[in-house]
Design a binder for this molecule. Structure first.
Ligand code: HEC
Ligand code: HEC
Length: 327
């Protein structure tokens, strides 16, 4: 009996040590994506202009890092708030903690090196070495072309500095541990040529994170078998908004949409009179889909996105776009 107790005591101690060791490894040694690259970005006018295009119309950094006007359709960023940060993502929208979009104007990250911003955007590790929560789709940004990321950084650095102290994000247990295991080394690769239409369209879809919103997200996990088939839900004050099925299913997806139908949906918001449509968010439908930002996407890019989406496997999944809460 004594011997048994002794063995049990040793086993328990070993287990405790192992768990403590693993916990401190995750807390102290991770995330480990290597040092920030040693780069110096030449902020030419051309880089800044292309970065502006990507940050406002494709990668939509400004969708999350600005103050959005939810009294207008699709919540366009309010002028004068670009990069200011402060938007909150918390339990009300199913997040495992409280996350604040950072101030990415020069007042916020002006003291970071180009390489530190590059590492943050492509791997999810900050200047301080701490992990960023993947609401920011850095796993997608980490698959993009080095030049595109550099252009975005040149643009972000050119933003008007805005003083805005953003609170620190906080993860709840167990995400407070898991978070450190999420950042991975980037898999930077060159952008396909626009003539390689399907590969180029896929690149644009990755850059714009269409799948993040157009795949069901249940209990903190994407249902991969329904990728692009829509069904992710968003709670709005007036009701529940559900993302659309983007697979080429004839009945429930975009199977019957012509390229003109598809592009027309985006282009409709290009016109300045359609950029600021008033919406009473407490009574009416509004949408997280950044239509007004994506409307600025070039025809060539939208067209390639359509062509790529057509190559997906059709998935039948009926979507109800808006369900008002019953009173
Ligand atoms: C879907 C929303 C979203 C998008 C899109 C997005 N971000 Fe973020 N970003 C966040 C949030 C939220 C945080 C803070 C998360 C946290 O604290 O864990 C963040 C953090 C950052 C940080 C870290 C700053 C700091 O002080 O720690 C940088 C830099 C950054 N984002 C730049 C960008 C750039 C550049 C883009 C576009 C390429 C972008 N973000 C796109 C939501 C987003
Ligand atoms: C922030 C989340 C979000 C992102 C990012 C997003 N969408 Fe959406 N999208 C939605 C939601 C929610 C809806 C349904 C509400 C609406 O129609 O606006 C929607 C609707 C649509 C529709 C309308 C379909 C219909 O039947 O009317 C199309 C087309 C579409 N999205 C394409 C895309 C493409 C292409 C991308 C990437 C370039 C994308 N979306 C990125 C959330 C998003």
């Amino acid at each position: 009996m004594k011997k048994f107790l002794k063995i049990a005591a040793i086993t328990v101690s070993v287990l405790i040590l192992a768990v403590a060791g693993l916990a401190s490894y995750v807390k102290l040694a991770l995330p480990n994506v290597g040092p920030a690259p040693d780069i110096k970005i030449d902020a030419t006018a051309q880089r800044i202009a292309h970065g502006d295009y990507l940050a406002n119309h494709v990668l939509v950094c400004m969708d999350c890092h600005s103050t959005r006007n939810w009294n207008e359709f699709s919540g366009p960023p309010i002028e004068g708030t670009r990069g200011k940060g402060g938007d909150v993502f918390d339990k009300r929208i199913g997040m495992p903690g409280t996350y604040y979009a950072a101030n990415i104007t020069p007042s916020g990250i002006g003291h970071w090196s180009d390489g530190e911003i590059f590492r943050a955007v492509t791997t999810g590790v900050r200047k301080s070495g701490k992990a960023i929560f993947p609401i920011m789709p850095y796993q997608n940004y980490g698959q993009l072309d080095e030049e595109d990321i550099k252009d975005v950084i040149a643009y972000v650095r050119s933003l008007t500095p805005i003083e805005n102290k953003v609170p620190q994000s906080e993860s709840e247990f167990p995400m407070s541990f898991i978070l450190n295991t999420i950042p991975k080394k980037a898999n930077i690769k060159p952008k396909p040529s626009p003539t390689d239409i399907i590969a180029y369209g896929k690149y644009m879809v990755t850059a714009a994170s269409c799948a993040e919103c157009h795949t069901p997200f249940v209990k903190g996990k994407f249902i991969d078998s329904l990728q692009f088939a829509g069904g992710r839900t968003f709670m709005f004050p007036a009701g529940m908004v559900t993302s659309a099925n983007l697979t080429p299913d004839d009945k429930t997806g975009i199977g019957k949409w012509t390229k003109e139908d598809f592009m027309g949906r985006f282009k409709a918001y290009r016109d300045s009179s359609h950029m600021h449509i008033k919406v009473d968010i407490n009574k009416e439908f509004n949408t997280p889909m950044p239509w007004t930002m994506f409307a600025g996407m070039k025809d060539e890019d939208l067209s390639a996105i359509y062509d790529y989406l057509r190559t997906l496997k059709p998935i039948s999944q009926e979507i109800v776009k808006f369900q008002p809460y019953s009173k």
